[in-house]
Design a protein around this ligand. Sequence first.
Ligand code: ADP
Ligand code: SF4
Length: 678
Amino acid sequence: MARDSRYDILFEPVKIGPVTAPNRFYQTPHAAGLGWQRPKAGAALRGIKAEGGWGVVCTEYCSIHPTSDDSPYGFLTLWDDDDVEALARTADAIHAHGSLAGIELWHGGSHAANRMTRLAGIAPSAIPAMYHLPTTARGMDLADISAFRGWQRDAAIRAKRAGFDIVYVYAGHDYLPFQFLSPRHNQRTDEYGGPLANRVRLLREMIEDTKDAVGEKCAVAVRLAVDELHGPAGITSEGEGRDIVAMLAELPDLWDVNVAGSLGNDSKSARFSPEGYQEPQVAFVKTLTTKPVVSVGRFTSPGVMVSQIRRGIQDFIGAARPSIADPFMPTKIREGREDEIRECIGCNICRAANNEGVHLRCTQNPTIAEEWRRGWHPEKIASYRKREKVLIVGAGPSGLEAALSLGRRGLDVTLADRNAKLGGRILNESALPGLSTWIRVRDWRQHMISKLNNVQVFPSSEMTAEDIAGFGAEHVVLATGATWRRDGVGVNGMERLDLPRALTPDDVFAGAALAGDIVIYDDEHYFMGGALAEKLARAGQRVSIVTPNPSVSSWTAMTDELGFLQARLHEIGLTMQTGRLLLGQGAGHLRLACTASGKESEIACDTLILATGRLPDDRLLHQLSATPQPFAVHRVGDCLQPSSIADAVYSAHRFAREFGEAAGAVPRRERPPVKDFT
Ligand code: ADP
Ligand code: SF4
């Protein structure tokens, strides 16, 4: 198909200092959890982005010195010459598709815990090490600053040798150069502290040093947090953020700007921010510099992207999450296939992987970070050798994914669901406050399935074991999901309780009557407890939430949402009792116990809603297994293991990829050959 001419502007080349990006799609640096230990996987991931059409592809954060060690999280290193070869693989993989390779040189300052290297942390002043109490980072003296400048220079030279085209000076996300800028962190009284002109000194020197070292061949980019969202006490886009850009406007070759303070502000979930949410803070940058500017904002709509360029907000379309959800987004727009973009839903499961220190994962794109270790390509899948019939029961995320991927492999697929609408759990979950984008998981798959002649979809079709047995498929895939449990068993409360009047989220979605004082008991700890409470409170219900954990929806700390969620729940006046275990339900009240002391208490309750965990709906499996069948029965998604939508999609995708193949459960791992062990 021909490209829509309105989007031509997105495919214009843009000069960045001595190099030229082939188009305006710019994958900004983002963590992938692969780090220096997994260079092949890292190279394959970035290579796929370049293949998908991103004109600039950057690495994850790359430490310039062992005093900046983020173990156990995945981060790159350019500590010595031995690191060059591994990173050259990434630059080569990006260049193979004609894109520019960028590298984000990083020093975390008081952010780095140095758990592996065990070196003393450094910072502009002696300040507590962020997130890693009880350590205090050492205040740097002038000799330290001079050494630090040397590390940046040496790392830049190594980056150039590895083949990178864009080398970063990274003054964002509360890391060391930003700590010098921030009056909250920088309490120095010498020429690097005090007035802004002094606090900017190190950043200016770093840009000059880096340009001096590699500027003839490589562009030097500055990543700057122009607003740390701490109000007047910190850097703001109306105050010192603006002044910093004004002072250094023409010095770097590119400005990569964002809202930070912490990573959570820069990668807010859709629950707490719309597409393009950073524009109010970053829009001023282009008015102060002639250098190209890039920023982010979960851009997935080509129309919004064009508007960003035409209105002069930025020169590139910066993206981390949208490039994870769809590495081929630029190619799809270029080829007039924008309807096929697998849009990021803003759920931040990718951030959870980072916070857990494991391989990147994504709800929408099950192939991310699997490019090398499982050989998966987001746009290609091997054909199946025979034309066999598969019946899939259940059209939630896993059933849809199985139907799409098996359909792409050429099998004869029938997908049946008892509901009139496809989507399974997402139908209800996307109706919760802030989660409407989650329906994209269904929409994209349903749309892509509609393009396949070999996949037939039957909504409003309840399937019994007899129906399945009589269908005549060679393979049956059960994707029948899970139901919320009603016995009170959760992460903390292992004992089954007798709670005959308790409701579950399934009951609430099915329209159960809710009366009087409503208590939601959250012992599952992801989004459901908090989101359901918010929904009911906004509908005018009298609702409290009780949880054994120290905070409601505590696992949302992993998706960087917990702080925003707490603020919202307080804002709507929700009553929260934390550290309380459910013991039982009496007339008009619940009996609770303090998790620390065991002291018992009561809370008024006319309606109890249990969000404690889910159980697989595997009834069909048991019925079908009762007698020998002439077909194979498989399970995918929540019906196999109740978990996140991301896990349901992944489970179905892996099933479809490995269907009829010899592939085992063990993925490839990057290990030095045993002969190298000394
Ligand atoms: P997952 O996350 O694994 O995709 P969901 O709970 O989202 O699981 O989806 C399960 C789907 O299976 C629901 O849409 C439900 O209507 C459907 N389903 C369950 N049992 C049957 C059945 N016997 N016949 C048809 N559809 C079924
Ligand atoms: Fe987007 Fe969610 Fe995928 Fe992250 S995990 S890229 S937020 S869809």
